[in-house]
Design a protein around this ligand. Structure first.
Ligand SMILES: NC(=O)c1ccc[n+]([C@@H]2O[C@H](COP(=O)([O-])OP(=O)(O)OC[C@H]3O[C@@H](n4cnc5c(N)ncnc54)[C@H](O)[C@@H]3O)[C@@H](O)[C@H]2O)c1
Length: 267
């Protein structure tokens, strides 16, 4: 049940691929809380078609955009303002992809052309989205921008490979851009560091099943679900968190503060 937390707010949600996607849940929760949204994803993701079901269910429109293309982003932002009838209050960047991970390349034998693509898709696209929106003066004051990240940005999780560096870059962009946008138009920028979550991108990481169980035991509250992440995103888009900016916010059931959990030693 909604509480009208986003009543009257307008936003763009990147990254809903299928019903497991974190962005899918965020889109549902935002609409439930009274927001008007535009969905977007890479043209290649459109071919899978599931996003159309979400758009029908939520009665919203889709504008395809490759988040690495400035031209696509300009088109997305101008069409979204047209569709929604004004400037934006929130944007969710929920995008991640690594060809080296997908092709199971060892971390000490990475292909550097693929690495550049990984950084472009998974991190630089965040800067591109923000720079394009700022140049187009597309955000309302006190607007809120979020990107999803993972604790491998700070600690070593060997199978996360070059996605660790992507997330470190992504989080740094949030801090740096957050400064400029706060000064210019009181827009806030944060990243949410989410627990392992069973999705297409998540399950692509080697040994994900075992790791999911390990993180669940290490976290006193257990792993945070995609639904819980959607709730957190709603609060970050709402007016209840207006002074939070330039932060990396852990949403992980306590995992990031743990040293040792006795549960790990059982059985
Ligand atoms: N699943 C996890 O365990 C987990 C944990 C922490 C953070 N995250 C992050 O959450 C975010 C969402 O991932 P998810 O787990 O929901 O998986 P997902 O596979 O459902 O979402 C990834 C999305 O990125 C989109 N994408 C890829 N290339 C793109 C491009 N060029 N332009 C636009 N969109 C593009 C895909 O189409 C897809 O919708 C990612 O940033 C991911 O790293 C995931």
């Amino acid at each position: 049940m909604g509480h009208g937390l986003l009543s009257g707010k307008k936003g763009i949600i990147f990254g809903a691929l299928d019903s497991k996607s974190i962005a899918w849940k965020v889109a549902e929760r935002c609409v439930e809380e009274g927001a008007q949204i535009v969905l977007t994803n890479a043209p290649v993701a459109m071919r899978l078609g599931e996003i159309n079901e979400l758009a029908t269910k939520l009665n919203c429109q889709i504008v395809p955009a490759d988040a690495t293309s400035i031209e696509d982003l300009e088109n997305l932002i101008s069409k979204s303002m047209e569709i929604l009838g004004g400037k934006l209050d929130f944007v969710l960047h929920s995008i991640g992809m690594s060809i080296n991970v997908r092709k199971k390349k060892d971390y000490t034998d990475l292909n550097y052309e693929w690495m550049k693509t990984t950084f472009d898709v998974s991190a630089i696209s965040f800067h591109k989205v923000m720079q394009t929106a700022m140049k187009m003066d597309a955000m309302n004051e006190w607007g809120s921008i979020l990107a999803l990240t993972y604790i491998a940005a700070q600690r070593t999780f060997p199978d996360y490979s070059e996605m660790a560096e992507s997330k470190a870059l992504l989080e740094s962009f949030a801090r740096s851009f957050g400064y400029h946008w706060a000064k210019k138009a009181k827009v806030r920028v944060n990243t949410i560091s989410q627990s392992p979550t069973v999705t297409t991108a998540g399950s692509g990481v080697k040994g994900f099943g075992d790791f999911f169980g390990y993180a669940d035991k290490m976290s006193p509250l257990g792993n945070a679900s995609a639904d819980a992440c959607a709730d957190y995103c709603v609060t970050m888009f709402s007016d209840m968190t207006r002074m939070v900016t330039m932060q990396n916010l852990f949403h992980d059931g306590g995992f990031s503060s743990m040293g040792m959990a006795p549960e790990i030693l059982e059985d």
